[in-house]
Design a protein. Structure first.
Length: 349
C-alpha cells in the first residue's frame, strides 16, 4: 500500500488524523520539516500533507525540498492562512497538488488524498513506461554499435565496467546516468571508418583526417542522443568525453553531474586505451599521473583505488565482438539512415 506522510508541528493534529484515517490509508507522521526530511531519506512516500507554519522550515520551503528530492511524491498544503499570496507561493514554489485551509473537513481531505494517490499512480505508470522505452532504445543503439562497429562496442563495454566501479567507489548518485553514458559513449563511432578505429585501438599513428574522425565522434553521439527523453544529460557527458578537467567549483547540480560524467569517461577511456596497447594497469596509471592536470584528481584517485583492489578477471573483458550476418543485414541500413539524417541536419544548420 502507498504511504502518506502527514507533517505538522502540532503532533496532536497529525496523531488525530492518523487515528481517523488508518483504516483506509497507510499513514506516517512527522512533527516538523527536519523530521520529515529524515523520513524521506529512509523511505519513499506517495503523498505528503504539510502544515504551512512550522518552526525551522515552513511548509512551502519544505514541499519545495520534497519536490527536489522526491519529485514523484504528490504534495498537499494545509494552512490556517487563507490568503491569495500564500496560495500562489505554494503552487509556484512547491508545485502543490492541492491547497486547503484548516480545519479541513474529513470528507474533503479523504477526497483529496484519493485524488493524490491516483495522481501518484499516474506519475509512476508514466515513469515505468518511459523507463521501458528508454531501456529499449538504449538496447537497440547498443546492438547497432555491436553489429556495425564491434571494436567500439568492446571499448564501450569495458569502459562501462570501469565507470561503474569508479562511480561506486566515489559513492556518486544517479549511477544509471554514468553507466548509460559509458555504454553509449562510442555510439558516434558509427560515423568512423572501421580501419581508423582499429588503428586507434592498436596505438598506431593516425593521419590528420583520421584524427578528425575520432575527435568528431563524441559530437555525433551527442547529436544522436540529445532528443531522447531523459538522455539529455547523458548526451552532454558523451559530447564532452575528450574534454580536459578544468575544475568543478561553481557547478549547479545538473551541470555538476554532466561534468562528472564527462570526467569519468575521459579517465576510463584513456585508461582503456593505454591498457589496450599493452600497458599494464600499473604502467597506465603511472603515465596518467604524469598528465595529472588534465584529469579530475578525485576520479583519478578513485580509479587507482579500484585497480589496487581489483583481481585479474580476463573473463569479463570484451575487446570486440564480431557481428553476425543477420545483424549486419538488420542494423547496417539503420546506421546508414542515421548517418544520412545527421548529414542532412548539418547541411540545414
Amino acid at each position: 500500500m502507498e504511504t502518506i506522510l502527514l507533517v505538522d508541528d502540532d503532533i496532536r493534529v497529525v496523531s488525530a488524523l492518523q487515528r481517523r484515517l488508518y483504516k483506509n490509508y497507510q499513514i506516517e507522521i512527522a512533527g516538523c520539516a527536519a523530521e520529515a526530511l529524515e523520513a524521506f531519506a529512509a523511505s519513499s512516500y506517495a503523498v505528503v500533507v504539510s502544515d504551512l507554519q512550522m518552526p525551522g522550515m515552513n511548509g512551502i520551503d519544505f514541499l519545495s525540498k520534497v519536490k527536489e528530492i522526491s519529485p514523484e511524491t504528490v504534495r498537499i498544503l494545509l494552512t490556517g492562512q487563507a490568503d491569495l499570496q500564500t496560495a500562489i507561493a505554494a503552487v509556484n514554489e512547491g508545485s502543490v497538488f492541492r491547497f486547503h485551509t484548516k480545519p479541513c473537513p474529513e470528507e474533503l481531505l479523504t477526497k483529496t488524498l484519493d485524488a493524490a494517490l491516483n495522481q501518484h499512480r499516474l506519475i509512476t505508470a508514466e515513469r515505468d513506461v518511459l523507463q521501458q522505452t528508454l531501456m529499449g532504445t538504449v538496447g537497440v543503439l547498443v546492438e547497432i554499435l555491436a553489429a556495425i562497429q564491434p571494436v567500439a562496442f568492446g571499448r564501450a563495454w569495458r569502459v562501462r565496467q570501469q565507470v561503474r566501479k569508479v562511480a561506486l567507489e566515489m559513492k556518486l548518485a544517479d549511477l544509471w546516468q554514468f553507466e548509460a553514458a559509458a555504454i553509449l559513449s562510442q555510439i558516434g563511432c558509427i560515423s568512423v571508418d572501421p580501419e581508423v578505429l582499429r588503428k586507434y585501438g592498436a596505438g598506431e599513428g593516425l593521419s590528420a583526417g583520421e584524427t578528425a574522425q575520432m575527435l568528431a565522434h563524441p559530437q555525433v553521439g551527442q547529436t544522436l542522443l540529445q532528443q531522447i527523453p531523459r538522455l539529455h544529460s547523458v548526451s552532454q557527458m558523451i559530447g564532452r568525453q575528450y574534454h580536459e578537467f578544468n575544475g568543478i567549483a561553481g557547478f549547479q547540480p545538473g551541470t555538476y553531474a554532466v561534468a562528472m560524467g564527462a570526467e569519468l569517461l575521459h579517465i576510463t577511456l584513456d585508461f582503456d586505451r593505454l591498457t589496450g596497447i599493452g600497458r599494464s594497469p600499473e604502467d597506465a596509471l603511472i603515465e596518467m599521473r604524469r598528465n595529472a592536470p588534465q584529469y579530475n584528481p578525485d576520479v583519478l584517485a578513485a580509479l587507482e583505488r579500484v585497480q589496487q583492489a581489483a583481481e585479474p578477471d580476463g573473463a569479463t573483458e570484451v575487446r570486440h565482438r564480431e557481428p553476425t550476418e543477420v545483424e549486419r543485414r538488420v542494423f547496417r541500413p539503420i546506421a546508414e539512415q542515421v548517418l544520412r539524417s545527421l548529414k542532412e541536419e548539418q547541411a540545414i544548420d
